[in-house]
Write a protein that binds this ligand. Structure first.
Ligand SMILES: [Zn+2]
Ligand SMILES: [Zn+2]
Length: 359
């Protein structure tokens, strides 16, 4: 679906041929403009060494409290005690924070798939923080290393291997590690001088947003809570806002984005040649704004459009394209059609729970 849209961009950007993405980690090296970046030792913290209270707190914040919010949504629905405003609040915050994470944290900041005006960069960074996926800089470093060492030692959330190189066996263990438990194993230590992050660290607004992540997560609950109070004019309105636009929404969006790390590295089609276990999942492609076409993404990581094949729906790309038409996004990186054909192979299903590195 993106072909004709890409054509528009090419017409207005005669230099698009310089924006090759080539299906290997080399595109990331080009993106970082520093070939040493990926061979440098990355400082990491072994989260396993943190005290039990930290793991309890982190699990409460990322899993238990959002799950309580999700149960709240179910309770409102089952008791037929919800309104169109509740649903609107959920949808608006789900879409806005999803765009912040997928378009902002992922395609703009991690991959530099396009450039954006300052107000848009800041908005996407704030909305991405509202998605509760940990602070911006750690997200970007972790993700750039995920592409550099996909499904190998040095990948934080591969189903097949831990960051330290320990293999993971058994389909359930593999799924759980890539989906959630990796959050309790290792995390990068941010070095402002590292080529993996110094491009973003130079931006003082992004430094502020990264440093105030905890504050922003609280705001992501207070804002829907206060909007709901304004609408209902009651104290119960605050609870409804936190449940629908806050915790319940966070539970669903976190589970969906985690499924991209787990399911689309284990199950599904693999239409493009990549040296990893990435796959495409149509269901997640639709629900996670194009991110479920993860094999497409690993083949062409710097492309602003992920769902670029026939029948694929990429809401993140539609947002980027709209911003480009409005002159707020620019320098979009296009994939020449010949390049896409070169990396395409006949579709087949990836065997469940295994990792094939052969084309
Ligand atoms: Zn991946
Ligand atoms: Zn990526």
């Amino acid at each position: 679906m993106c072909s004709s849209l890409m054509l528009d961009i090419r017409k207005s950007n005669p230099d698009y041929m310089t924006f090759f993405v080539d299906g290997t980690a080399y595109s990331l090296l080009q993106c970082l403009q520093n070939k040493e970046a990926l061979t440098m030792p990355q400082s990491v913290e072994r989260l396993r060494d943190r005290p039990l209270w930290w793991h309890t707190f982190d699990m409460s914040r990322n899993l238990l409290f959002p799950f309580a919010g999700f149960l709240g949504i179910l309770a409102y629905i089952l008791s037929d005690h919800y309104t169109r405003f509740d649903i609107l609040l959920f949808v608006v915050f789900f879409l806005a924070t999803g765009i912040g994470a997928t378009v902002g944290f992922h395609r703009l900041f991690s991959h530099r798939a396009f450039k954006a005006k300052p107000w848009l960069r800041i908005t996407l960074a704030v909305l991405g923080s509202f998605a509760w996926q940990r602070p911006l800089f750690a997200w970007v470093v972790r993700h750039r290393l995920h592409h550099a060492h996909t499904d190998q030692k040095g990948d934080f959330h591969s189903p097949y291997i831990r960051y330290d190189g320990t293999p993971i066996t058994g389909t359930l263990n593999q799924f759980l590690h890539a989906h959630y438990t990796w959050l309790h194993w290792y995390d990068p230590i941010i070095d402002p001088q590292s080529p993996l992050i110094k491009d973003l660290y130079a931006d003082s607004s992004l430094r502020w947003i990264d440093r105030h992540y905890d504050f922003l997560t609280v705001m992501s609950l207070l804002i829907p809570g206060m909007l709901s109070v304004l609408y209902y004019g009651t104290a119960e309105g605050f609870v409804r806002g936190v449940v629908w636009g806050g915790l319940g929404r966070i539970f669903i969006s976190l589970q969906l984005i985690w499924l991209v790390s787990s399911v689309t590295h284990m199950f599904g089609k693999k239409p493009y040649v990549t040296n990893d276990g990435s796959t495409n999942n149509h269901f997640l492609g639709w629900l996670v704004m194009g991110e479920g076409y993860h094999n497409n993404h690993h083949a062409f990581p710097s492309s602003p459009c992920v769902g670029f094949d026939k029948g694929q729906f990429d809401l993140g790309w539609l947002f980027i394209k709209a911003m480009w038409k409005l002159g707020q996004a620019y320098d979009l990186k296009a994939i020449p059609e010949a390049r896409r054909r070169q990396f395409r192979k006949s579709s087949h299903h990836q065997p469940s729970g295994s990792l094939s590195t052969t084309p």
